[in-house]
Design a binder for this molecule. Structure first.
Ligand code: B12
Length: 227
């Protein structure tokens, strides 16, 4: 029975359906229960939270596959990621109540001078869906702000995003600030955003570069080696 429900959750993430009135991205599913109803049903039926989360993770892998094959494009990926985000809004208070151990703390930020956050938000939603304890500082975040949050929160992994070639140097400045404060060995640093490359990541002393949300999750998992 719960297999059926988990299958429906996964399918609705792939179809990017939040509410009953939503049509699917590919399938016509209007009028059938969507993620909100299905997640609530799973909670009511006491389906294991871990299984709910992994059904959504599996769904995002399918979405990633469709994206690679150019069956899905950015807006489709956004819709699927947003569907996971909506599911998490319903699940989170229950996870906290149940004392489900939260994953590694991940600090995400768009660097100083940069207002672009669409890609960062996709990455954030996927990290949350993958069980990371996400602290999203938003856009235009100074190196000093990143540093103070690392100190206060005991961050394990940092993700920096930049969409402008003019703000990419602020990634290096952020890493430099962390190094100067003697905290470089305590955190793993991932970077991403359209103009960034693995070579740039290496040059500025980051630990990795992610092309998209899927790589971000994969790398964050490797770097934190916990989730
Ligand atoms: C939407 C957009 C805007 C919106 C941003 C809205 C928002 N809330 O984000 C607005 C209109 C505000 C805007 C403003 C500007 N923009 Co603009 N913008 C874009 C646009 C069209 C799309 C960017 C986007 O969202 N892509 C979709 C997302 C999903 O992709 P993504 O960000 O790359 O993210 C993915 C990956 O890179 C990765 N990723 C991203 N972050 C991270 C982080 C980590 C840790 C990891 C692992 C992975 C990762 O995963 C994401 C998901 O797959 C691009 C053009 C383009 N086609 O890219 C221009 C673009 C980025 N903008 C540009 C410019 C010039 C500007 C402005 C300076 C324009 C102006 N003159 O005012 C301002 C700058 C404002 C500022 N200070 O930041 C230029 C940059 C050129 C350059 N060489 O730097 C671009 C390339 C357009 C162009 N061709 O000229 N912009």
């Amino acid at each position: 029975m719960s297999e059926e429900l988990l299958g429906a959750i996964s399918r609705n993430v792939v179809q990017g359906r939040v509410k009953r009135e939503d049509e699917g991205l590919v399938e016509k599913m209007k009028g059938t229960p969507a993620i909100r109803e299905l997640i609530q049903e799973a909670i009511d039926k006491q389906v294991d939270f871990g299984r709910i989360m992994s059904s959504m993770n599996d769904a995002m892998k399918i979405v990633g596959d469709k994206f690679e094959k150019e069956i899905y494009f950015i807006p489709d990926m956004l819709r699927a990621a947003n569907t996971v985000g909506e599911a998490m809004k319903i699940l989170e208070p229950h996870l906290v109540k149940a004392g489900v151990k939260s994953g590694p703390k991940f600090l995400l930020a768009t660097v100083l001078g940069d207002q672009h956050d669409i890609g960062k938000n996709i990455v954030g939603m996927m990290l949350k869906g993958a069980g990371f304890n996400l602290i999203d500082l938003g856009v235009n975040v100074s190196p000093g702000k990143v540093l103070s949050v690392i100190e206060q929160e005991g961050i394990e992994v940092i993700g920096l995003s930049a969409l402008l070639t003019t703000t990419m140097p602020n990634m290096e400045k952020t890493i430099e600030e962390i190094r100067k404060a003697g905290m470089r060995d305590q955190v793993r640093i991932l970077i991403g955003g359209a103009p960034t490359t693995p070579k740039f990541a290496e040059d500025i002393g980051a630990d990795g570069h992610g092309r998209d949300g899927f790589q971000a999750v994969e790398l964050a998992r490797k770097l934190s080696a916990r989730t």
